[in-house]
Design a protein around this ligand. Structure first.
Ligand SMILES: Cc1cc2nc3c(=O)[nH]c(=O)nc-3n(C[C@H](O)[C@H](O)[C@H](O)COP(=O)(O)OP(=O)(O)OC[C@H]3O[C@@H](n4cnc5c(N)ncnc54)[C@H](O)[C@@H]3O)c2cc1C
Ligand code: SF4
Length: 335
């Protein structure tokens, strides 16, 4: 592990000022914010992340989870995953988010991990974490070891010739289906970006994963008011029942009225390079009858552009079944 300077931000402006040092030539090197540390510290020990300055933001008062005037909810950047999942407002009105967070990691990790840290967790691609292997994401231009190597867990949607790494987060899938907005602050002032635009596809620059610029601090995430009458579900399929990342997951939100689907949102995890919202599936669902034929069409549409690698072709059928099962479950007994 490289040497680094550790400081604790006194308040928000102190943290933003520290982040701004990422832009100064004298400091030169990267600045990283430390929240729960469950991703950052692992990557620093592996020499994948080598910041010169680490700024502890875990004690900033950014941990509130509160209802907003427009009927939605605001989730602070440093709110712990456990507090988020168990918050009455989230459990009652955003069950898909609570279920997704509880499906991730372990109880101990969820007690440490934060909202912003979860949004920015890095891929679990084994080559990304192994500094002896070429990896375009870690070292741009060095090549992608996964293409011809171990790629069973990699993505089948949103991939490029440079990188096929899947986004590992469960929480992000629910936030994509809930159409959340990410709020951040930095030298360019305050910005708010819909989650769909916040994450970037790998393209030729897989090292750029989000719209954040060096030193930007995520302050909170806002989620719009829940759709009246909608029901939701997060379904995660993985190699073992707990403490494992998704091979395929689906976060679905569906409302049915008079035998027709009036609202449909479909998020996918484990299969894509970023938290995936399937507008193709949603299109098949809208105004259709909530039956197996509709759900199959939606699942097929979601996977129509899937591009399998040598070892992960099974994910296409797995993801299809995941979507189908989630939609069936969420619409059972719906009017
Ligand atoms: C063994 C293990 C199993 C796991 N299993 C799962 C799983 O099944 N599903 C799942 O979804 N996740 C899983 N995780 C990942 C876990 O959810 C993340 O490690 C956690 O959410 C990261 O949050 P943190 O607060 O600890 O982030 P940190 O490690 O503190 O930070 C992560 C990154 O975010 C940056 N950051 C943090 N806060 C901010 C901010 N406010 N503004 C800007 N940048 C910020 C940091 O600089 C760093 O780059 C697992 C992790 C481990 C170690
Ligand atoms: S898939 Fe992406 S993260 Fe994995 S080795 Fe290839 S470039 Fe690196």
């Amino acid at each position: 592990m490289n040497q680094f300077q550790l400081s604790r931000a006194r308040d928000l402006s102190d943290a933003i000022h520290a982040g701004a040092l990422a832009h100064t030539a004298q400091q030169g090197a990267e600045v990283r914010f430390l929240a729960g540390g469950t991703t950052l510290l692992d990557l620093m020990k592996l020499d994948v992340e080598k910041p010169m300055r680490v700024v502890d933001i875990s004690r900033l008062p950014l941990d509130k989870i509160e209802a907003t005037k427009d009927g939605g909810v605001s989730i602070g950047a440093t709110a712990r995953n456990a507090d988020l999942a168990n918050h009455p407002l989230i459990k009652d009105s955003y069950a898909v988010l609570s279920e997704a967070v509880l499906a991730g990691a372990s109880a101990q990790l969820r007690n440490m991990a934060t909202t912003a840290g979860n949004l920015l967790q890095r891929t679990r691609c084994v080559y990304f974490r192994d500094t002896a292997s070429p990896c375009n994401k870690r070292e741009p231009g060095s090549g992608c070891s996964a293409m011809q190597g171990f790629n069973r867990t990699q993505a089948i949607l949103g991939t490029s010739d440079s990188c096929i790494a899947s986004n590992p987060s469960d929480m992000n899938v629910a936030l994509a289906a809930l159409e959340a907005t990410i709020h951040f602050e930095g030298t360019r002032g305050k910005r708010a970006v819909p989650i769909d635009e916040f994450y970037l596809l790998p393209g030729d620059t897989p090292e750029c994963e989000t719209l954040l610029e060096a030193g930007d601090l995520i302050t909170h995430v806002s989620v719009p008011a829940p759709m009246e009458g909608a029901r939701s579900l997060y379904l995660k399929l993985r190699d073992r029942a707990s403490y494992e990342f998704a091979l395929a997951s689906a976060g679905v939100i569906v409302a049915v009225k008079d035998g027709r689907i009036t609202h449909a949102r479909v998020g996918l995890g484990g299969v894509a390079t970023k938290p995936w919202r399937s507008r193709e599936a949603e299109k098949e669902l809208m105004n259709a009858s909530p039956d197996e034929a509709t759900f199959k069409r939606a699942a097929d549409a979601a996977l129509a552009d899937a591009k399998p690698q040598t070892e992960n072709g099974f994910k296409i059928e797995l993801a299809r079944r995941c979507i189908l099962h989630a939609l069936k479950q969420v619409t059972t007994h719906a009017s």
